[in-house]
Design a protein around this ligand. Structure first.
Ligand code: VAH
Length: 340
């Protein structure tokens, strides 16, 4: 490709991107805050509308529009998508595993009804693309524990996992029956410094860095040797963008792709922090989330993501820990007005 053609390709892509209008639901969540920023970087602030049930998160979005939105209200969803001429929806709003076990019927209703609202609106309005996150929570105690494959027995033990398994079936149905271009990733536990997790079984892996920086001891709600699939947030964001930008014909999985990054335990995270904070102390008091974690894989086989759209993670545990301990203090200072 010569320079002028290359320039044309970039300008053509920018024009295509500028014609897109993206709606993000659950934008104030752990994934939503960072994914919305990445979409603004890619498409421009005027092409992204951040929404969340919590109006107080509006201050997080300085570069794009924000609107309070209840994803259970199909009329409100339809109205904003039509009036703003939305072409893509990143539907992130959900109740996660731990909170879901405290409010099972609400978790099922919110996670499922909101997805069906979005899929129906996408069909009726011929939206260009939909993104919907699934999770390794779709696997259960009878799934293979190590290098859990894309296809295997899945008997999720949480309402969250059940809703994600059912959601995957609906996504594949709407693609096969109506041609809705909905794409999905089975995220591992996500670890980032730009947002706090909310109601997850993997939240320990974020909380531990906050405690280390505050020079406080950390009580972990999972056992020291609880290995789980995890991923540094920048890798998860890049995987999402790479999946959504892949040519339609490259996508062979229309339920949800296995996605692998790290397979780590609380003890390994603690050991990776010690060189930075030698005095840091941890103790372990497993709670109800231990049983949830026991039903999940320890590591994931993501060969389809590698083969279909070239997925390769960039962060190992040591590199993630160094990044978290470098960036978290500045983020906390910016958002809480004081050093951590
Ligand atoms: C949870 N963070 O803990 C989410 C995630 C794999 C775990 O789905 O519920």
């Amino acid at each position: 490709m010569n320079f002028s053609q290359g320039l044309y390709e970039v300008q053509e892509k920018k024009r295509w991107m500028n014609m897109e209008k993206l709606l993000v639901t659950g934008a104030g969540g752990q994934l939503g805050t960072e994914l919305t920023e990445a979409l603004v970087d890619l498409y421009g602030g005027e092409s992204v509308i951040a929404t969340d049930i919590n109006p107080d998160v509006e201050s997080l979005f300085e570069r794009c529009a924000f609107q309070p939105l209840d994803v259970m209200d199909s009329k409100a969803l339809n109205k904003i998508i039509k009036s703003k001429k939305v072409t893509q929806v990143y539907h992130l709003a959900a109740i996660l595993s731990a909170t879901g076990e405290k409010k099972p019927l609400l978790a099922w209703q919110l996670n499922m009804d909101s997805l069906l609202h979005i899929l129906e609106i996408a069909k009726a309005n011929k939206l260009n693309k939909i993104y919907w996150p699934s999770s390794i929570a779709v696997f259960g105690p009878n799934s293979p524990k190590k290098n859990t494959p894309q296809y295997c027995v899945k008997e999720p033990q949480t309402v969250y996992g059940i809703s994600k398994q059912a959601g995957e079936r609906w996504c594949e149905y709407y693609f096969n029956k109506y041609g809705v271009d909905v794409r999905s990733l089975r995220y591992p536990g996500l670890i980032g410094y730009q947002s706090l997790p909310g109601g997850g079984t993997t939240d320990y892996a974020v909380e531990i860095y906050h405690k280390a920086l505050k020079k406080e001891p950390f009580t972990c709600f999972l056992k020291a040797d609880t290995f789980l699939p995890m991923m540094y947030m920048p890798d998860a964001i890049r995987a999402t963008i790479e999946l959504m930008e892949a040519p339609r014909e490259k996508i062979s999985i229309r339920s949800s792709y296995n996605l692998a990054g790290l397979s780590i335990s609380p003890d390994q995270v603690y050991q990776s922090i010690l060189p930075h904070f030698p005095e840091f102390k941890i103790d372990y008091k497993p709670d109800f989330r231990q049983e949830i974690a026991n039903g999940w894989p320890q590591s994931i086989d993501d060969r389809y993501a590698q083969e279909d759209w070239g997925w390769v993670p960039a962060f190992d545990l040591e590199k993630m820990t160094a990044e978290m301990l470098t960036h978290l203090p500045h983020f906390l200072k910016k958002t809480q007005g004081s050093e951590s």
